[in-house]
Structures are given as C-alpha cells and as structure tokens.
Design a binder for this molecule. Structure first.
Ligand SMILES: [Zn+2]
Ligand SMILES: [Zn+2]
Length: 109
C-alpha cells in the first residue's frame, strides 16, 4: 500500500496522473467552486479577472481525510473537496480535526 508520510511521497502523489484526473473530476463535480464558501453563501470561482486576464490560482482540491493518515482515501472522490486558497489554509491552520463529519463515515462503511 502506498504511504504518504514524507514530503517526497506526497509530491510524487500530487504529480501522478491518477491524482490529476481525479482532481479534475472533483473540480467538475464541485462546479469549480469552493465548497466552504458555498456553505457560507459566498460564491468563489476558480478564476477571476486580474488586469483583464483570467488567472486561475484560487482552488485546491482538499482531502477531507488527510492522505498522510488515511492513504487508502487518497484516490477516493468522496474524500475530496474543492476549496479556495483561503478556506484551504484555514482548514489546515486549524489542524487536524477529529472526524466531525460522521456522515461521510456512515456512507462509506
Ligand atoms: Zn473558500
Ligand atoms: Zn488540504
């Protein structure tokens, strides 16, 4: 089983074709919108006009269950969530949350 404990392992994973295509599917599923912003009634798109040019810098596809601790969920679409940079930083800034979102567990098991 793959592990993602080190930076190198994660780097390799995030560069893999499997991740790239799954990431795209997650973005499409989430309409290229930050799900956290959407929950809060804000709309946040993946690109905005900066000096007349479209720049797409905003979105991250986040693992709700970190691959470091749940390597089996690294390529599970249901474990992915589109987040803007802001929200993504917030999620990680808060540190690892113990499974608050029970709902997902129930669906999975
Ligand atoms: Zn957001
Ligand atoms: Zn993340």
């Amino acid at each position: 089983m793959s592990e993602f404990k080190t930076k190198e392992q994660k780097k390799t994973f995030y560069k893999s074709k499997e991740w790239e295509s799954l990431r795209r599917r997650a973005l499409e599923r989430d309409n290229h919108e930050c799900q956290e912003c959407r929950r809060q009634g804000r709309v946040h798109l993946d690109s905005k006009k900066v000096e007349g040019k479209r720049k797409s810098i905003e979105l991250n596809v986040h693992h709700k269950y970190e691959i470091e601790y749940f390597p089996k969920l690294a390529l599970v679409l249901d474990n992915l969530e589109t987040l803007c940079l802001n929200c993504h930083n917030k999620v990680h800034g808060k540190g690892f949350k113990p499974a608050k979102e029970k709902k997902w567990d129930d669906e999975m098991w």
